[in-house]
Design a protein around this ligand. Structure first.
Ligand code: ATP
Ligand code: MG
Length: 296
């Protein structure tokens, strides 16, 4: 291991186990269950019903999503796979409130974000979500440290504290020695790790990651996945990850496949057959299957 993939101590709400999850995967003794309200229920992290999205107008209009329905429970690690152009990034942008669906209903952490005006949607993103974009979206004129620090400053955190936190976050992705460099001086994989650090800066409840390991070698990819899944294990966050990288499939609780504008395959309860590229690689590194079996 090149660097230790553990989240900085300031991140965290204590060890938690999401409702309905398998206790075997949460071996802490001090587990609490944060996702249960007084009536014993919390909304899922994501609930989409028949959502549609297209681009362009008139005869040139292309419908990308044609009725996507899915539900992601709090604390799950869900991967989204599918061919290039199938709409994975579009779906992530809808869930992240960067765009709104043309049809259907979508709630994220219990909030119908399409009902919020753009400024409130931006507040919602800042306060609850962490986004790792496929093309990183780092600020080219800012150092790695300032890119992460900006995410904290936006939350009203003082310069002194944001510097300390950003430094710790960059350490957690193995980039302490590169903190002062701008993105143009960093490798693609280093930019990807800065983007991961920035996404975790706000202690998000839901992390949306678009190909977060695409530019990383196997060792760094594994380390990033340990960092992201630590977030779930220790803080009850939820992860939705778009990926083609079958080296990280063992980290998934559930894998959804998007094809032809719809979710066509899923494991988990009632999910049917596993996506073909997933079958056979879901064994955990120790050889055991992760939480769920395929099929109903
Ligand atoms: N803003 C946009 N305007 C017009 N077309 C768009 C826009 N965003 C996406 N598309 C189109 O929607 C389709 C789906 O794009 P999307 O980026 O969601 O695919 P993807 O599954 O993420 O692909 P990849 O695996 O290559 O990243 C593509 O045909 C793309 O050209
Ligand atoms: Mg994409």
């Amino acid at each position: 291991m090149l660097w230790s993939p553990s989240a900085p101590a300031f991140l965290g709400r204590g060890p938690v186990r999401p409702r309905g999850s398998d206790p075997a995967h949460f071996p802490h003794e001090t587990l609490v269950d944060p996702w249960v309200d007084d009536e014993g229920w919390m909304p899922p992290a994501v609930a989409a019903r028949e959502i549609g999205k297209g681009f362009g107008g008139g005869r040139g209009r292309a419908t990308v999503l044609k009725g996507v329905s899915l539900e992601i429970r709090r604390g799950e690690v869900v991967f989204l796979v599918g061919p290039s152009g199938s709409g994975k990034s579009t779906l992530l942008s809808l869930i992240g409130g960067i765009m709104t669906p043309d049809q259907g209903s979508l709630t994220v952490l219990g909030q119908d974000t399409s009902r919020l005006d753009p400024a409130r949607r931006a507040d919602f993103r800042r306060d609850h979500l962490g986004f790792i974009f496929q093309t990183f979206h780092l600020m080219p004129t800012l150092s790695a440290l300032d890119n992460v620090r900006l995410a904290l400053a936006m939350r009203g955190i003082s310069r002194r504290e944001s510097t300390a936190r950003a430094t710790a976050l960059l350490g957690s992705v193995g980039l302490s020695h590169r903190a002062g460099l701008r993105p143009g001086r960093l490798s693609t994989g280093e930019c990807q790790r800065v983007a991961v650090a920035r996404a975790l800066a706000g202690d998000p409840e839901l992390v949306l990651a678009d190909e977060p390991t695409a530019s990383l070698d196997a060792e760094n990819g594994q380390a990033i996945m340990h960092l992201l899944t630590d977030l779930v294990r220790t803080r009850g966050a939820t992860l939705l990850i778009v990926t083609h990288d079958n080296r990280i499939f063992p980290f998934a609780d559930r894998i959804l496949r998007l094809e032809g504008g719809r979710v066509v395959g899923s494991d988990g309860p009632g999910g049917g057959d596993p996506p073909e590229e997933v079958a056979g690689v879901m064994a955990a590194p120790d050889g055991r299957r992760r939480r769920r079996e395929w099929g109903p």
